[in-house]
Design a protein around this ligand. Structure first.
Ligand SMILES: [Fe+2]
Length: 182
């Protein structure tokens, strides 16, 4: 099934340069590493026939471990992390595969009665189409009350699969992204 669309949201990066090697845990020219649980996300960009979509451009953005975006319109008082900008662009390989290393984003408030479940924003540009969506984390208590995740008929398609769970400081997830035509 096609990966469901999700809104672009208000925090598409405007003020930072994207990481281009898939590692969001370091900021070029800044000493140190991002705070938070290390998460490696890998998967494939596919079409509806499960054929790989080669050379798809993936733009990825997210909040830091405290739930704060590097964006001038983010009014969340949670702290910034000088070692995390949360913005990357990569391309899928010849087998449609992609991989990023990042940290788990914190939840953040949207109004008085809604905490967004941890999520990573993806924009995927294939040869024929563009998909904007959000990836969620498995076993996350906030998933069930996240209005955007629950707005799609098949929320499981947006929840990554656990591949490996480390000691609470590091995990690996799989998230395949399915376009209609590629
Ligand atoms: Fe977001």
């Amino acid at each position: 099934m096609r990966t469901p669309h999700q809104i672009l949201g208000p925090f598409f990066p405007v003020s930072s340069r994207p990481a281009t090697q898939g590692d969001l845990t370091i900021v070029e020219g800044v000493e140190g590493r991002a705070k938070g649980e290390i998460v490696e996300v890998s998967g494939r960009v596919l079409d509806l026939r499960r054929e790989p979509v080669r050379g798809a451009k993936l733009t990825i953005w997210q909040a830091n471990t405290f739930g704060r975006y590097v964006h001038p319109n983010d009014s969340n008082p949670a702290p910034l992390d000088p070692n995390f900008e949360g913005f990357a662009t990569i391309r899928s390989g010849s087998d449609g595969a992609y991989r990023i290393k990042t940290v788990k984003p914190g939840p953040y408030p949207v109004g008085p009665d809604w905490m967004r479940a941890p999520h990573i924003h993806f924009e995927v540009e294939g040869q024929f189409e563009r998909l904007v969506t959000q990836m969620y984390f498995p076993g996350e208590p906030l998933n069930a009350s996240d209005r955007l995740l629950m707005s799609v008929p098949e929320p499981d398609l947006l929840i990554a699969k656990p591949l490996w769970q480390g000691n609470g400081h590091h995990r690996m997830l799989e998230f395949d992204i399915v376009l209609a035509r590629g």
